[in-house]
Write a protein that binds this ligand. Structure first.
Ligand SMILES: Cc1cc2nc3c(=O)[nH]c(=O)nc-3n(C[C@H](O)[C@H](O)[C@H](O)COP(=O)(O)OP(=O)(O)OC[C@H]3O[C@@H](n4cnc5c(N)ncnc54)[C@H](O)[C@@H]3O)c2cc1C
Length: 409
């Protein structure tokens, strides 16, 4: 929890100190932490809430840890479906499963709650903490700090860009991503289906790699089904999903060939954190706007919440220490970029490596078909992905050698 507090509200009239653009998990969590510390904060989103966001709706143990720090875990858990195990199907047909484990401080489960509801709970939490909210599509920044909204100039000492994978605003700022950044994932809801079982399911077979299909139960007879293609070919995830429902041997059977599936929607994913700019004068990027989606798993809600907390800490300190007028200089925000690097650089290097080399039938056969030797690595990889173990633990050389020399079972 952020301990610092700043009693500056009484000095503000209509001029907010911080404007947060985007009320997804990153933006609402940033607004919550700032408002709670007494920073006058305006949260802006182009949509009125509740609104949908294309997603798998999975909240990892790491995400739940940060939800608890927002005082929101219980409310989310009450409404969410819980899964404690994950099952995988490899390209060659081998199966594996693993328990979902936190690191002691994190719960041993994934929660699944549709984003329409989850994001609304978060946005309401920010407003309850004192942040103000406006609906509006921000298309430009003001040169002297703040944003333009429908012809109105809203000034602020800092604009937090929390616009996710949407590029229309960020590409016109110094925080524009360097190079192409997008892959596309698609999902649909199955509101009434044969019972999907309690576990999260991942499928790497009968589909273009690198990528995977998922089936996440949202209730006893409903699920979120999706496909993420994360490679360089021209593959449309939204076109592949209906095909998987019709033809994939296991998915077609589990879902009764997708009978009754709702609209299938695709959305981009940004996972370019290793090259993404994160701050400039009067500007800071959080969550997916900073490229913070795991390049191997496609998860980013956890990192959105985590980066929000780091951002708020830096902003509160900077407001305290920097000169009292004008946009906060980039140098006053340097701690944020440093903290992000410390927290995420090693993880993203490993996950980018895994994304490039692990989505490969040869690797899957070694991981999933080699009994205990493969199981250790699967367990570790999932722990690292969920933040329950440091990235270095996956690369223990003795275990890797034992795995490579193990015989298929
Ligand atoms: C198909 C799919 C499945 C996924 N599954 C998972 C999963 O299961 N678990 C997980 O952890 N992650 C998942 N992710 C990733 C996850 O959705 C993102 O990491 C997460 O939403 C990032 O949060 P954010 O707050 O940074 O951005 P977002 O959630 O995208 O929020 C951005 C907000 O900014 C608003 N906005 C954008 N531009 C403007 C503008 N110019 N003016 C005003 N408002 C604006 C938008 O309306 C939106 O509300 C998935 C992504 C996809 C595409």
């Amino acid at each position: 929890m952020i301990g610092l507090s700043l009693n500056v509200n009484q000095h503000q009239d209509r001029r907010q100190q911080v404007i947060v653009v985007g009320a997804g998990p990153a933006g609402s969590a940033t607004a919550y932490h700032l408002a709670r510390a007494g920073v006058s904060t305006l949260l802006i989103d182009k949509s009125a809430f509740p609104r949908d966001k294309v997603c798998g709706d999975g909240l990892s143990p790491r995400a739940q840890h940060y939800l608890a720090r927002l005082g929101l875990l219980e409310a989310v858990a009450t409404e969410a479906h819980q899964a404690t195990r994950i099952r995988f199907l490899a390209p060659g047909g081998a199966e594996a499963e693993t328990a979902i484990t936190g690191d002691g401080a994190m719960p041993n489960r994934t929660l699944i709650l549709p984003r329409r509801r989850f994001d609304h709970l978060l946005q309401q939490r920010a407003l309850a903490a004192g942040a103000r909210f406006r609906v509006g599509h921000v298309r430009a920044l003001c040169p002297d700090g703040g944003v333009e909204l429908g012809g109105e100039r809203l000034s602020a000492r800092l604009v937090v860009i929390a616009t996710g994978a949407a590029l229309s605003l960020i590409k016109r700022t110094p925080l524009a991503p360097r190079g192409p950044v997008h892959s596309i994932a698609a999902r649909g809801y199955l509101p009434a289906m044969p019972p999907p079982g309690p576990d999260l399911r991942f499928f790497f077979d009968h589909l273009p790699l690198p990528g995977y299909a998922w089936l996440f139960p949202t209730g006893p007879r409903s699920a979120n089904l999706g496909y993420w293609y994360n490679g360089k070919e021209q593959v449309s995830a939204a076109t592949w999903l209906p095909r998987l429902l019709a033809e994939h041997p296991t998915l077609a059977m589990l879902t009764n060939q997708g009978a009754g599936i709702g609209p299938i929607a695709g959305y981009p994913i940004r996972s370019d954190f290793l090259s993404a700019p994160t701050r400039a004068d009067g500007l800071l990027a959080v969550g997916e706007a900073a490229g913070l989606v795991n390049p191997f798993t496609g998860e980013g809600i956890d990192y959105a919440l985590e980066s929000a907390e780091l951002a708020a800490e830096t902003i509160i300190n900077a407001l305290r220490c920097a000169p009292t007028t004008g946009p906060l200089p980039s140098a006053a925000l340097a701690d944020y970029s440093r903290d992000l690097r410390r927290r995420f650089r090693a993880l993203f290097l490993l996950m980018r490596f895994a994304q490039r080399y692990a989505f490969n039938p040869w690797v899957f056969d070694r991981l999933f078909g080699r009994g205990a030797d493969g199981q250790h690595l699967v367990d570790r990889l999932i722990q690292v992905c969920f933040g329950a173990a440091p990235p270095q633990r996956v690369l223990a050389p003795v275990e890797l050698i034992r795995l490579l020399s193990a015989r298929p079972r």
